[in-house]
Write a protein that binds this ligand. Structure first.
Ligand code: PMT
Length: 412
């Protein structure tokens, strides 16, 4: 669970002291915690304790000019993998069930696009009251997750249900929730078959320097690779796009790493592993100039310089044989003749699961153009798609990859 981000809302209840321990337990497991302290919560624990334990600013006000300038409340509500309410008081649950948004905590609960896990804590009569029962049922129906409450002696002297779960029980519930997709899609939103998956895509050409002002390049525009990265993100994946020098914009919802050379691209791809899927759509230069030339080459009496090309590392073949090999490794084949034959040879030579072959002869206009005709080459056979705009090829490819992953897992 290392790297997961928790937004912890601390409500006003005696169990708030346990939330301090909860922060420690979550951080011990490599998660980061950002805390929101309600006005009532601040009667039980101090912002200073929470700030010290989380190592981050504690958010308390809805209309705080300074806090809003640093991180708006909408961003705060989305910049987490899971929202946890502990203690979840009767008041906080009632507000959430009603959809009220009159303070920071209730506004975040209404604005968030992530699942919410509540650890209720209240007097047993409050917990058993029909109003609270109705609210909890409503919230369960809305998708809120619950941990506890447990039975036991209460601070008020009574005995029964209403005690907040212990920090380690809440941690277990957090870990269970984080195993699934924690993003709540908008009503009517498209399905997200790659939710919870990590995808690395390469795109564009590489530039291999000849001297400080000249380089070896190719005609790839990045349109196809970028469209694939965007389609993967729309399908719910966490996407790292490693892009060579292109003029197309970075796709929305994707982490884009810009590189120039094949060696930089390999380094960025390896740094982005592990992943569930790798798609190598970049037109990586096969060769680079052997010796680095620091000064601009000059014309001279000895005629044109010899470039002395050496082979670049093969990124696709490296990823396919990597200790952290993604479950699905997809390469492209850009060919000008015997498209399927060459693609089949690449499938074997580069040890990938699928090759997307395309004819890049100048007459096709594929390199740099807006449309593509692809053939999916795998051990299962060859599937040819009609000529489509590159974004449509990307969406169809991502749907195909998602189906392959699910079939593989279903059959496992
Ligand atoms: O960018 P666009 O203008 O939209 O054009 C899209 C495209 C034609 C570039 C794209 O559809 C495409 O075919 N990309 C692969 C281009 C290519 O380099 O093909 P290749 O047959 O030379 O290489 C085969 C595979 O090995 C590719 O997945 C390539 O990324 C990979 N490779 C190649 C060399 C190398 N050193 N490392 C690699 O990883």
């Amino acid at each position: 669970m290392t790297g997961k981000r928790i937004l912890l809302i601390v409500g006003g209840g005696i169990a708030a002291y346990k939330s301090l321990d909860l922060v420690r337990r979550l951080r011990e497991r490599g998660m980061s915690v950002r805390a929101v302290l309600t006005q009532a919560g601040a009667e039980f624990v101090t912002p200073l304790s929470l700030a010290s334990l989380t190592g981050q600013e504690v958010h308390q006000e809805l209309f705080s000019l300074t806090a809003e300038a640093r991180m708006g409340h909408i961003e705060l509500s989305r910049d987490a993998d899971l929202v946890v309410i502990a203690p979840a008081t009767a008041d906080l649950l009632a507000k959430a069930a009603q959809g009220l948004a009159n303070d920071l905590a209730s506004t975040l609960l209404l604005a968030t696009d992530k699942r919410v896990l509540a650890a209720p804590s209240m007097n047993l009569r409050m917990w058993l009251h029909p109003a609270t029962r109705r609210n909890v049922e409503t919230l369960r129906g809305d998708g809120m997750l619950f941990v506890g409450p447990g039975d036991g002696a209460m601070a008020c002297g009574e005995f029964g249900p209403g005690r907040m779960s212990e920090p380690l029980e809440i941690v277990a519930a957090v870990e269970a929730a984080l195993k699934g997709d924690t993003t709540i899609p908008l009503p009517g939103a498209k399905p997200r078959p790659l939710a919870g998956r990590r995808v690395i895509v390469t795109s564009g050409p590489t530039h291999e320097p000849i001297d400080p002002v000249r380089y070896i390049a190719n005609r790839s525009s990045g349109k196809q690779g970028h469209a694939i990265a965007e389609a993967a993100a729309q399908a719910g994946a966490e996407v790292v796009l490693v892009s060579g020098p292109v003029t197309v914009p970075d796709p929305a919802g994707v982490k884009t790493v810009h590189v120039e050379t094949a060696r930089e691209m390999l380094q960025a791809v390896e740094a982005a592993l592990p992943a569930d899927v790798y798609v190598g759509a970049a037109a990586v230069a096969d060769w680079r100039v052997g010796s680095e030339v620091v000064e601009k080459l000059k014309k001279g009496p000895s005629g044109p310089p010899s470039l002395g090309l050496v082979e670049n590392p093969d990124i696709l073949a490296t990823v396919a044989r990597h200790a952290k090999r993604p479950g699905l490794v997809v390469g492209f084949a850009a060919e000008t003749q015997k498209v399927i034959d060459h693609a089949q040879a690449k499938l074997m030579r580069k040890a990938c699961d699928l090759i997307v072959a395309n004819d890049v002869s100048p007459a096709t206009g594929v390199m740099g153009g807006d449309a593509n005709t692809v053939h999916l080459v795998s051990k299962a056979g060859v599937e040819t798609w009609p000529t489509l705009p590159k974004p449509e090829v990307a969406q169809k490819l991502i749907a195909h990859l998602a189906a392959l992953i699910h079939a593989k897992e279903g059959g496992a």
